[in-house]
Design a protein around this ligand. Structure first.
Ligand code: ZN
Length: 287
């Protein structure tokens, strides 16, 4: 009617604002700004087609990245998961069923993370939707001993440790279910051979000590400072690319998704982002 259109604001923030970082100092939002290093992350995989596309594209630029995997997707696509691990990328835990921390009680939330942890074996965690309660943060950073908290948190930690033992038992029992036979791919029982699970030169910080005991590490909780918006089906692929180019700087942690929903934008933006920053002297590393 007036000859112009109104663009609705995006319902998500491409650049993480300072007040979020201030409110959640326990979370990692970006790496040091001193190095020309960029940390690309991929959430919600591993799945066929999309994840292999990502691996191939990263390899073309000699780029390393971090994959925050959904436990249930690892269960469904163990070969794809192995391909990610064998390509030398870092693995992160993204819960087993992509739970929203704000809508999930702490016990359920932690148990779901433990279930994924049996497969991911990492000390990196990213909360799905970026939504996590402070009480959940305390539990995830406290379990494992290194950053144990005092007082009432102690009892929570103790009770979690017994949950872990129970879950360890449950997870192992699941391997006998006929529809899923992880022993072909992931020996969930006593002693998996680490060399089949990890690349030759993994960073020690991403190694989980002993899967057989299933102790949770003191997780590093990883957020981001650049959201590509690739999950937004209303976003033009070119705009997704621009989101990343405009907002990325030294030490940025960028979020993409190896999901079917994101694939149109991912296919367009990822190779161009890698090309753009490689030509400007940046390297891409795992967290
Ligand atoms: Zn996610």
């Amino acid at each position: 009617m007036h000859g112009y259109s109104v663009t609705l604001p995006a319902m998500y923030l491409v650049k993480s604002p300072f007040f979020l970082k201030w409110y959640y100092p326990q979370l990692l939002w970006n790496k040091p700004r001193s190095e020309k290093t960029i940390y690309i992350t991929f959430d919600d995989g591993p799945i066929p087609i999309v994840t292999p596309f990502v691996l191939k594209t990263l390899a073309a630029y000699n780029a390393k990245a971090t994959f925050f995997c959904i436990g249930d997707n690892i269960r469904k696509h163990p070969d794809v998961f192995n391909a990610v691990v064998n390509s030398g990328h870092a693995i992160g835990n993204h819960t087993f069923n992509h739970l929203n921390g704000w809508k999930t009680d702490d016990e359920t939330y932690i148990k779901n993370i433990l279930e994924a942890q049996a497969l991911t074996q990492t000390n990196l965690f990213r909360p799905p939707y970026g939504r996590i309660k402070k009480s959940q943060i305390r539990k995830l950073k406290g379990v494992g001993g290194r950053e144990s908290e005092v007082g009432s948190e102690q009892s929570a930690v103790s009770s979690l440790q017994s949950d872990i033992k129970t879950l360890s038992f449950e997870v192992r029992n699941k391997s006998s279910e006929p529809q899923f036979q992880p022993s072909n791919h992931y020996p969930l029982t006593a002693k998996p051979n680490p060399s089949t699970l990890y690349p030759p030169n993994p960073k020690p910080s991403t190694l989980h000590p002993k899967p057989s005991t299933l102790n949770l590490p003191a997780f590093h909780l990883i957020m981001w400072d650049v959201l590509s918006g690739d999950f937004d089906t209303n976003l033009a692929p070119e705009k997704c690319y621009q989101n990343v180019i405009i907002n990325t700087q030294n030490g940025s942690i960028i979020v993409f998704h190896d999901s079917l929903k994101a694939f149109d934008r991912l296919q367009y933006a990822l190779p161009r982002v890698l090309k753009y920053f490689t030509e400007r002297g940046f390297s891409f590393e795992r967290l």
